[in-house]
Design a protein around this ligand. Sequence first.
Ligand SMILES: C[S@@+](CC[C@H](N)C(=O)[O-])C[C@H]1O[C@@H](n2cnc3c(N)ncnc32)[C@H](O)[C@@H]1O
Length: 285
Amino acid sequence: MNYRHAFHAGNFADVVKHWVLTLCIARLTQKPAPLRVIDLFAGRGLYDFSAEEARRSPEWRAGIGRLWALHAGGLGNPLAESMNDYLDAVARLNPDGQLRFYPGSPALALAMLRPCDRLTAIEAHPEEMAALKAAFGGDSRLNALEQDGWNAGPKMVPPPERRGLVLIDPPFEAKGDDERLLATASAIARKWPGGTQILWRPVKDRREEAALDAEWRLSGIRSMWRVTLQVDHLKEGQGLRAAALYLVRPPFEVMARIGETLPALSELLGQGPGFGSEIVEVTPE
Ligand SMILES: C[S@@+](CC[C@H](N)C(=O)[O-])C[C@H]1O[C@@H](n2cnc3c(N)ncnc32)[C@H](O)[C@@H]1O
């Protein structure tokens, strides 16, 4: 378990993932009934761009850094406005307007959940878990557990609230993570057919991604969408250039909101002529 998200926090893939997470939570909190977010690979929750990891690997500059510049430009930018909840959560951590702190998925969830809602955050790395507890342990809505997310996921659903979402955001450094993703998401969908899921996956090869779509179609999961954002042509050995989110049972209107904003976002985050985006209905209702 060598992966440290601090080297990647706020990069283009985090921007898309975190924006979509805030869209889903915003929609789910419109109904009064309590809900639960289950974050199976939570990380430390709070990242500092002045820390050693981000200085050695300033990926955030081509991610949240670009969006922050639009946001800081003031009112009226349509792209920044369509990402309001996400950018507001980042802004609350940086009240002086200088972008230094960045919220990971548990921090974004806590920023948006109401007093009646709950967050279960699973993290296997002891240091990341200790940092998560140090930053947010005092929040009574949070249940932070040092466990294996793959194993814990299916056991955690359905939650007592029977409403909410599961985020599956593994490091994707271990062999077999695609198989684990398929098996875990399928088990969660079987045990909790009404639950929303957001799954993250790096894209190194678009043909491999299409082959995975075919496997999802055989999985029995209904109402699944894929949202892919690519910042340039894919080339081996060039680092991460594309990432996909799979949304299972996205809340009402979330796909429409993503569709309205994704092309402009991919233009903003583009790093070369091969940038682009795609939304695919992988399985129907
Ligand atoms: C991509 S990062 C998570 C980022 C976080 N979801 C966010 O958006 O801010 C993946 C995290 O999973 C943790 N991890 C790795 N293997 C795990 C496992 N088997 N179960 C739970 N957490 C694991 C890593 O320590 C790392 O913090």
